[in-house]
Design a protein around this ligand. Structure first.
Ligand SMILES: C[S@@+](CC[C@H](N)C(=O)[O-])C[C@H]1O[C@@H](n2cnc3c(N)ncnc32)[C@H](O)[C@@H]1O
Ligand SMILES: Nc1nc2[nH]cc(C(=O)O)c2c(=O)[nH]1
Ligand code: SF4
Ligand SMILES: [Mg+2]
Length: 210
């Protein structure tokens, strides 16, 4: 049970339900191959059936943690920070990103964009979900669009989403992990026919790193 006081601090983004934090190599998208410190915040009610971090969904099982504590630990490892989840935009990211910026960090977010965009970001990876679409405000701000391909219909969804982002946004198709053997040949074929798209793989899973 968390107290009313703690709940108020979480609502203000002064504490956040921290699931895990780890220093690793960004496995996906534009920054793949780059060392980065990951901060995984619990809480998501988007509900993707193939989500690879379902343990993150229930915020109540992840301890409310002071952002000062999170930031101190993070900057001891890296100044390149990836905020992920769960869905980080479930929470107000203003204070966490403010504190990381004050330490000179480069801050990236992995988000479905389903909730109000808060915080200051050097890189926004938008991974839209059909079941809870991104807010209109986030599309023009996304630096990369990373659409997960689980089945053939997802190519059409990817094209619809690509129409909403800026001209400079980098477009990725990433196979859903459990269905990758089946979908990868279709993705390869699609990208060769539609070269505005690039392939993104979850390279950390092949490398067996977090
Ligand atoms: C776990 S999510 C957390 C951040 C945010 N909730 C989101 O969905 O963008 C991190 C990234 O992993 C992707 N992802 C989740 N499950 C996946 C799976 N089974 N296969 C491939 N990518 C997956 C998401 O689309 C997102 O780009
Ligand atoms: N290495 C590594 N790269 C990642 N890129 C996005 C991830 C995520 O779960 O948000 C992730 C992750 O969990 N590990
Ligand atoms: S939005 Fe992200 S964390 Fe939430 S269920 Fe979908 S993939 Fe998982
Ligand atoms: Mg992951």
């Amino acid at each position: 049970m968390i107290t009313e006081e703690t709940k108020a601090l979480v609502d203000d983004g002064i504490m956040l339900p921290l699931m895990e934090e780890f220093y690793t190599i960004q496995g996906e998208g534009f920054h793949k191959g780059t060392a980065a410190y990951f901060i995984r915040i619990g809480g998501c009610d988007v509900g993707c059936h193939w989500c690879d971090v379902k343990e993150s969904w229930d915020p109540s099982i992840h301890p409310p943690t002071h952002i000062g504590e999170i930031v101190e630990k993070a900057v001891a490892s890296s100044k390149t920070i990836v905020i992920t989840g769960g869905e980080p935009l479930t929470w107000d990211m203003t204070r966490l990103t403010g504190a990381l910026k004050a330490k000179g960090c480069d801050i990236h977010i992995e988000t479905s964009g389903a909730y109000k965009l808060t915080g200051q970001w050097d890189w926004i990876c938008l991974s839209p979900k059909k079941i809870k679409l991104p807010t209109e405000e986030i599309y023009p701000l996304a630096h990369e669009l990373k659409v997960i391909i689980f089945n053939k219909h997802d190519f059409k969804f990817a094209e619809e989403q690509a129409e909403k982002v800026s001209e400079n946004c980098i477009l990725y198709l990433q196979p859903e992990w459990s269905n990758r053997e089946k979908m990868m040949p279709l993705i390869v074929d699609y990208v060769m026919k539609n070269p505005k798209w690039k392939v993104s793989l979850q390279t950390h899973k092949y490398l067996n790193i977090p």
